[in-house]
Design a protein around this ligand. Structure first.
Ligand code: 13P
Ligand code: SF4
Length: 330
């Protein structure tokens, strides 16, 4: 019964009893199952609040690699769960809703990427962590938006590099480093749709506001940004800045932590160009809910599985990223 419901939906589709107080119930289950809850900054605020650790893609991978917990519930998207499982094959890893995919990872099918790589013999393959395990198998070193620049620069300037799948991030790193990496033309549907016009209007309305942008955004947005960085870099920049108002061009979930850390500052989500909505949400990230988190912990489903063969190959480029990041103090 449970199995059937799960298979038809990607998550355990049974109602949570109405009389359950979800927050203490999740805390109790977490203790009982010796689990740790890791959440990305793009998760709903209630999920960030109940998590043991909230971070960006790099920090989540670092936590997954070092935790002693027997069970990891990764409140993020599927590639984050896969990365955690690859790093901790002996642990059980769950994502509350397995439909939580990623348009950027989907923009790089492994078979097509393999053909692409064959066209460029002698190139080092650097892949963003937002990829499937099958793409990581084809990769020499994984990067996240926090360490991409430094990892690219850790290779001698003459190194021929293929960078995938995010073309905007690749172009941005090429512009910073003067490299000429061959780029796979992938993109994140959330970061691609910020509206330049609406950001310019907001800048007029909130005079003196600084624009913070994630490097997955298009170059027109990055060009007008006052600061470009990963989610954690944007958070740190806003926290350290003396400025009081910020227009934030990344998924709006990060505003929760920005406001928590900076109650005296104003954060305005940059709007997308295709709707009247004021903020830009990742529909995949928002699939995880407290109800699904509760069911996930209680029934231990849905679980991430990776074959031994894929795990053994995919861990190498992820470990390499973690080692370089440690050497660089990231
Ligand atoms: P970071 O967590 O590395 O900032 O990446 C953002 C993102 O798009 C995750 O899906
Ligand atoms: Fe993927 Fe973009 Fe959502 Fe991040 S925000 S999980 S890159 S679709």
């Amino acid at each position: 019964m449970v199995e059937k419901d799960f298979l038809s939906s990607g998550f355990l589709n049974i109602p949570v009893p109405k009389d359950i107080d979800l927050i203490p119930a999740i805390q109790a289950l977490k203790k009982e199952k010796k689990a740790i809850i890791l959440a990305h900054y793009y998760q709903e605020s209630v999920i960030q609040d109940i998590a043991d650790f909230v971070g960006d893609s790099l920090a989540l991978a670092q936590w997954a690699a070092k935790t002693d917990a027997e069970v990891i519930v990764l409140c993020g998207v599927d590639f984050m769960g896969e990365t955690a499982k690859i790093l901790s094959p002996g642990k059980r890893v769950f994502v509350p809703d397995l439909n939580a995919g990623c348009s950027l990872a989907d923009s790089c099918p492994a078979d097509e990427f393999e053909e692409f790589i064959k066209q460029y013999p002698g190139h080092v393959v650097i892949s963003y962590v937002n990829t499937t395990a099958a793409v990581k198998v084809l990769t020499d070193v994984v990067v996240t938006s926090t360490n991409a620049r430094q990892i690219v620069e850790s290779f001698p300037p003459e190194t021929k590099i293929i960078f995938g799948p995010d073309e905007n991030l690749g172009n941005y790193i090429n512009s910073l480093t003067g490299r000429n990496m061959v780029l796979w033309k992938g993109a994140c549907h959330v970061h691609e749709r910020f509206s330049l016009e609406k950001i310019v209007e907001l800048k007029k309305e909130y005079s003196g506001a600084l624009v913070l942008a994630h490097p997955e955004c298009k170059s027109v947005i990055l060009k007008i940004a006052d600061f470009v960085g990963s989610t954690s870099a944007l958070l740190n920049y806003a926290t350290a800045s003396k400025n009081k108002t910020f227009i934030v061009a990344t998924e709006s979930g990060i505003l929760h932590e920005m406001k928590e850390k900076n109650p005296d500052k104003t954060f305005i989500p940059a709007p997308p160009n295709d709707s009247t909505c004021a903020c830009n949400e990742c529909n995949f990230m928002k699939l995880n809910t407290l109800d699904k988190l509760y069911n996930c912990l209680k029934y231990e489903i849905p679980e991430i599985f990776i074959s031994d063969e894929v795990q053994a190959k995919a861990i190498k480029p992820i470990r390499r990223m973690l080692e370089i990041s440690e050497q660089l103090g990231l």
